[in-house]
Design a protein around this ligand. Structure first.
Ligand SMILES: *[C@@H]1O[C@H](CO)[C@@H](O)[C@H](O)[C@H]1NC(C)=O
Ligand SMILES: *[C@@H]1O[C@H](CO)[C@@H](O)[C@H](O)[C@H]1NC(C)=O
Ligand SMILES: *[C@@H]1O[C@H](CO)[C@@H](O)[C@H](O)[C@H]1NC(C)=O
Ligand SMILES: *[C@@H]1O[C@H](CO)[C@@H](O)[C@H](O)[C@H]1NC(C)=O
Ligand SMILES: *[C@@H]1O[C@H](CO)[C@@H](O)[C@H](O)[C@H]1NC(C)=O
Ligand SMILES: *[C@@H]1O[C@H](CO)[C@@H](O)[C@H](O)[C@H]1NC(C)=O
Ligand SMILES: *[C@@H]1O[C@H](CO)[C@@H](O)[C@H](O)[C@H]1NC(C)=O
Ligand SMILES: *[C@@H]1O[C@H](CO)[C@@H](O)[C@H](O)[C@H]1NC(C)=O
Ligand SMILES: *[C@@H]1O[C@H](CO)[C@@H](O)[C@H](O)[C@H]1NC(C)=O
Ligand SMILES: *[C@@H]1O[C@H](CO)[C@@H](O)[C@H](O)[C@H]1NC(C)=O
Ligand SMILES: *[C@@H]1O[C@H](CO)[C@@H](O)[C@H](O)[C@H]1NC(C)=O
Length: 398
């Protein structure tokens, strides 16, 4: 670990942002707990709660009932989920650390995940009280803090609203909102507000507004598969997506849609997608998508979306980013809109057409340096220093 870190430092300082220091085969501390054993809790930390639909030794058959059994204190808890399809919504409000593990012998292979959580809900015709109600998983201190609201500052909560989970982690679980097979209104799969959350080797699927990172939300995604069609990374908070396969299930809005507010200035709020790939979800739909998927559009004029070292397939629009609408009155585009990329490659990247589009900022090495790693964007509440101890160090490849 020490060697890798020092090597990583040397390499990144020499070949800035080169994809060299990746910890290919690092494993988290939870591998023994996740492994399939006769007694499923062998190898698990103390305070691990077992969930299974078939194993009689488990006290809970749904993940949410296990979540609700855990006290709201600062003691770390773990939930081990045995294989199955779980049809439920999960809401995590506790402030202390919580880790949810899917059982697997292949923790470094998302495609082998044995646990899927399904929910079927969309705010299709504003028939829900808010988009957040559709989510499969929500991490927030309370319902109001998870709500999107509208306008520059979104849904208002009192300033003294407590922070939610300080260290929420999920390993090897897939979340699927299966409301429809096409964009039909906000259908969230995961939602993080006023909380810190890490997703490792997990799958996150819907068509619209799939990943929501709301106000004062910090979220890190490592080696996930994330699939959507319209504005499927959206929010006000700070999200870092690393070494992830982003699958385009169609082209709508943009891949990203972000907002800045006066409550998010502490972090370098925004969405950062790094060392990952953008590909059409499958070869049947790929031909119809060539040149049609935009990297993002500004939810408000303080949008910040940055792509770093990305492979982009031919689905990506030649101009890169777009405005919210074509009407100057509602295009949400201004001098503080940051829609940028650095070292993109693949058939979806063409410097000539990016420049002609006049919206996508091609970062210089100096500009990109401000967003080199999660350490550069996740800040302590007073903004004085980096705050990323909630990220699993085994899956922090810098
Ligand atoms: C990860 O794998 C790549 C190629 O497989 C290799 O070049 C690189 O050195 C490896 N990194 C580490 C930290 O082992
Ligand atoms: C990681 O790969 C190295 C080099 O191939 C190997 O020596 C080491 O045992 C591997 N570690 C794990 C945890 O698989
Ligand atoms: C189920 O709950 C009982 C009572 O709290 C506890 O003693 C037991 O260890 C639990 N079983 C499992 C598998 O977690
Ligand atoms: C959890 O405890 C914290 C600290 O006491 C408190 O601020 C928060 O409101 C509690 N959350 C819930 C959901 O009870
Ligand atoms: C989870 O929160 C949503 C609102 O976001 C609510 O509609 C749902 O009933 C909650 N589910 C549980 C199991 O608490
Ligand atoms: C949630 O917000 C609504 C609307 O502002 C308010 O009436 C309600 O009291 C809030 N709920 C809580 C638990 O703070
Ligand atoms: C390809 O992806 C689209 C969009 O998700 C889906 O509707 C279709 O069923 C997929 N086709 C195949 C052959 O997987
Ligand atoms: C943010 O702006 C809103 C609307 O202008 C205002 O009500 C609120 O007090 C501001 N919050 C902070 C923390 O400045
Ligand atoms: C843009 O940011 C600058 C400071 O960087 C600030 O002075 C200006 O008011 C902002 N403009 C808008 C439209 O928010
Ligand atoms: C980039 O786009 C320009 C303008 O459409 C085109 O002439 C050029 O061939 C493209 N370059 C590549 C490498 O595709
Ligand atoms: C590019 O956009 C800026 C406004 O953001 C405008 O001032 C400038 O004229 C545009 N350049 C071209 C070549 O369209």
């Amino acid at each position: 670990m020490y060697l890798r870190r020092s090597l990583g430092y040397l390499l990144t300082s020499t070949f800035f942002l080169a994809n060299l220091a990746h910890a290919n085969n690092s494993t988290s501390a939870y591998v023994a707990c996740q492994a399939v054993t006769v007694n499923p809790l062998d190898g698990c930390p103390s305070n691990t709660v077992l969930v299974s639909q078939t194993d009689c030794s488990a006290n809970f058959s749904t993940i949410q009932s296990a979540v609700l059994s855990i006290p709201n204190n600062t003691i770390p808890y773990t939930i081990l989920v045995l294989p199955g399809n779980y049809i439920e919504q999960i809401n995590v409000t506790r402030s202390g650390p919580l880790t949810i593990l899917g059982q697997t012998n292949s923790p470094n292979d998302q495609s082998e995940n044995s646990v899927t959580v399904y929910w079927t809900s969309a705010d299709a015709n504003s028939d829900l009280p808010g988009d957040a109600f559709s989510s499969v998983l929500t991490v927030a201190p309370n319902l109001n803090a998870s709500l999107t609201g509208s306008g520059p500052t979104g849904f208002a909560v009192p300033a003294d609203t407590p922070f939610g989970c300080t260290d929420f982690r999920v390993y090897n679980i897939d979340f699927r909102n299966v409301y429809s097979e096409i964009s039909a209104g906000p259908a969230l799969a995961v939602s993080v507000s006023r909380a810190n959350a890490g997703f490792y080797y997990s799958g996150i699927y819907s068509y619209q507004d799939t990943v929501y990172v709301g106000k004062l939300g910090n979220a890190y995604f490592y080696h996930n598969e994330i699939a959507g069609q319209t504005d499927f990374f959206y929010g006000f908070g700070t999200a870092w997506i690393e070494s992830t396969s982003v699958l385009l299930r169609g082209c709508g809005g943009g891949i990203t849609a972000w907002k800045g507010t006066n409550t998010t200035f502490v972090n370098k709020y925004g969405v950062y997608i790094s060392d990952s790939t953008l590909n059409a979800a499958n070869s049947s739909i790929a031909p119809s998508m060539v040149g049609k998927c935009f990297l993002g559009r500004p939810w408000n004029a303080l949008m910040r979306a940055v792509y770093l070292n990305m492979y982009m397939d031919a689905s990506i629009a030649p101009a890169g980013f777009k405005k919210w609408t074509t009407d100057p009155a509602t295009d949400n585009y201004g001098p503080n809109t940051t829609m940028a990329e650095y070292k993109s490659y693949g058939p979806g990247f063409n410097l000539t057409t990016r420049i002609a589009g006049n919206l996508t900022i091609e970062f210089t090495a100096d500009q990109a340096r401000a967003y080199r790693t999660p350490k550069d964007v996740f800040m302590a509440s007073d903004g004085s220093q980096s705050y990323y101890s909630w990220i699993d160090a085994a899956y922090y490849p810098w």
